[in-house]
Design a protein around this ligand. Structure first.
Ligand code: GLY
Length: 284
């Protein structure tokens, strides 16, 4: 038996003052984590993610960013240490993508994308709903201004310093020593339609196995290139403390991109972010 713990974040770059959001999510989900029922780690990380998706300060679900064409496409994943994975990419017209990822986990597949993911969600009874907010519309206007100004070009260069990322996520360890991770995002602040970030890619935005669970946030393209969550996991598997494993990964992340990480192992946990900027919470 181990001590249960849950960590949640509201995205790299999300102001630390917004940590009341992930802290609330961790506090509520902790009750599920210790309820003594089956799959408590899995149910707790889904619950934490739903709470954060419903908080429009964060770029996921209700607060998701728009693509440059004004559409909203979202990515999400949930995974457990016994090898179950449910993932979706580029889903539209749902308010809680994490619930769809959880449904995919029980389907024959690991990852559904685009229209197929949206159809799957509605077919399985997830309400048809467009999660558009004033905040997302303002962010889109800012992104379009940057394109118009010539500061960035639409398809030909890396978009450095886009800032305003955001992703939400949670990692948990249950009494029985099992782990789970959830992650959900509206992407970044400037994106082409069809772009998929790190979040739904197992090993990149998340990792979960017998040695622990990791959730990443930040510049998705760079996180995919480096497989950040997998690298943290492999260090933990060698016995490194999760705090040190996260800090090494953040320090090695190429500038000016940003990275945030939360991680839990059998007997410890850790959190780190570029410039220490990441709304976060923890409950044990
Ligand atoms: N880390 C979220 C994204 O880049 O989509």
């Amino acid at each position: 038996m181990t001590d249960p713990v849950i960590l949640a974040h509201g995205g790299a770059g999300a102001p630390n003052e917004d940590s009341d959001g992930p802290q609330h999510a961790a506090d509520v989900a902790f009750r599920t984590l210790i309820d003594g029922q089956i799959d408590s780690a899995l149910r707790a990380v889904v619950e934490a993610a739903v709470i954060l998706e419903n908080d429009e300060r964060f770029n996921a679900g209700t607060g998701a960013n728009c693509r440059l064409d004004g559409s909203i496409e979202m990515d999400a994943i949930v995974a457990t240490s016994d090898g179950r994975i449910g993932s979706i990419a580029g889903i539209q017209r749902v308010r809680n993508p994490i619930r769809v990822a959880r449904l995919v986990m029980d389907s024959p597949h690991v990852l559904l994308c685009g229209d197929g993911a949206t159809q799957f969600a509605h077919h399985r009874g997830v309400p048809d709903d467009i999660p558009m907010t004033d905040r997302a519309a303002k962010r889109l206007a800012t992104a379009l201004e940057r394109l118009k100004s010539g500061d960035v070009r639409p398809t030909e260069q890396k978009w450095r310093g886009r800032d305003m990322h955001g992703t939400i996520g949670a990692v948990a360890r249950a009494h029985d020593g099992t782990f789970a991770v959830s992650c959900s995002t509206g992407g970044t602040s400037m994106m082409l339609p069809g772009r998929v970030g790190d979040s739904p890619i197992f090993g990149a935005g998340t990792m979960c196995g017998e040695h622990g669970a990791i959730c990443a946030t930040g510049d998705g393209e760079e996180i995919i290139r480096r497989l950040c969550s997998m690298r943290v996991y492999l260090r933990m598997a060698e016995g490194m403390h999760p705090q040190e494993a996260c800090e090494i990964e953040v320090a090695a992340f190429p500038k000016p991109y940003t990275l945030g990480l939360i991680a839990v192992s059998h007997d410890a946990h850790g959190m780190a972010a570029t410039d220490d900027k990441m709304a976060r919470g923890m409950r044990d």
